[in-house]
Design a protein around this ligand. Structure first.
Ligand code: HEC
Ligand code: HEC
Ligand code: HEC
Length: 196
């Protein structure tokens, strides 16, 4: 066997075994559009969200922000944490995922815990044949298949961010989904159309 055939055979076998072992995450990634895109149609939710800690989640990683809280949690208040891979998964939108937060310069629309952190990456479901002013009565089940997250559950919040990996996790204060849903996300307005 020539060296090149030998090399190609090994490569083929390795790729095959990786694929068959199931270690590769083949879950579909839909890509993110950023808050401005959602704001266009959901100005009320946007304005309300903009006042929450969720929208500020990136900014508080900057030096001299939340100094007392950082000291208490054993963090360095003078340090810039805005590029720390240890912090970004819970303080930006889609960090480490396809089309997700990458850097402030490249993806300024994905800082903080924003619309798509909770509602799912929106590149696909916001196309005009789906959730759109041209299709106000879209079927929810159709867009859930292409990235919309609904319903949002308590487990999603605790599995992704409100857990012991956070320096501010307090096990004495269990995560109160109902309370947080109303105070932490944005004010809720009833939908006009039927999507069932
Ligand atoms: C071009 C307009 C448009 C854009 C852009 C848009 N939406 Fe919507 N969205 C709608 C319409 C229309 C509805 C249905 C409103 C109703 O029934 O009152 C809706 C409903 C929703 C709902 C309710 C879902 C349900 O059926 O349970 C959520 C959540 C939502 N949008 C989030 C988002 C997010 C997040 C983004 C950005 C990624 C976004 N929207 C972008 C038009 C838009
Ligand atoms: C696993 C997710 C997660 C990681 C990782 C994480 N955080 Fe957070 N962080 C949170 C959550 C959730 C909160 C809100 C806590 C609450 O109110 O329940 C928070 C809150 C904060 C606050 C505000 C505290 C206050 O009381 O005002 C600061 C500052 C902060 N984080 C900094 C950091 C820094 C710096 C890192 C990296 C060293 C980091 N976080 C890593 C989830 C995380
Ligand atoms: C921290 C999580 C979170 C973030 C961030 C968030 N939402 Fe929501 N949103 C929710 C929850 C929870 C509901 C209630 C519906 C549910 O349980 O699925 C909701 C409901 C909605 C609805 C349905 C109508 C309503 O007012 O309840 C729309 C539209 C919506 N969100 C748009 C947005 C937009 C636009 C943004 C960004 C500006 C955003 N959301 C950011 C959690 C979030």
């Amino acid at each position: 066997m020539s060296r090149i055939t030998y090399f190609l055979t090994i490569l083929f076998l390795t790729i095959n075994s990786i694929l068959l072992s199931g270690d590769v995450d083949v879950k579909k990634e839909y890509g993110f559009v950023g808050t401005k895109a959602c704001k266009k149609c959901h100005i009320k939710q946007y304005k309300s969200w903009a006042k929450t800690n969720m929208s500020r989640a990136y900014d508080i990683l900057k030096p001299n922000e939340r100094t007392e809280a950082k000291k208490k949690a054993g963090l360095d208040p003078a340090k810039d944490y805005t590029q720390e891979a240890d912090c970004l998964p819970c303080h930006t939108t889609g960090f480490g995922r396809a089309g997700g937060f990458n850097s402030l310069i490249e993806t300024p629309q994905l800082i903080g815990v924003s619309c798509e952190s909770c509602h799912g990456a929106g590149k696909e479901y916001t196309k005009k044949q789906y959730m759109h002013t041209k299709n106000k009565e879209y079927k929810r089940a159709d867009i859930v298949k292409i990235g919309l997250v609904s319903p949002i559950t308590s487990e999603m919040c605790t599995v992704s961010c409100h857990n012991e990996k956070s320096p501010f996790f307090n096990e004495k204060e269990p995560f109160d989904f109902e309370k947080r849903k109303n105070q932490g996300t944005h004010e809720h307005f009833s939908l006009k159309y039927n999507h069932d």
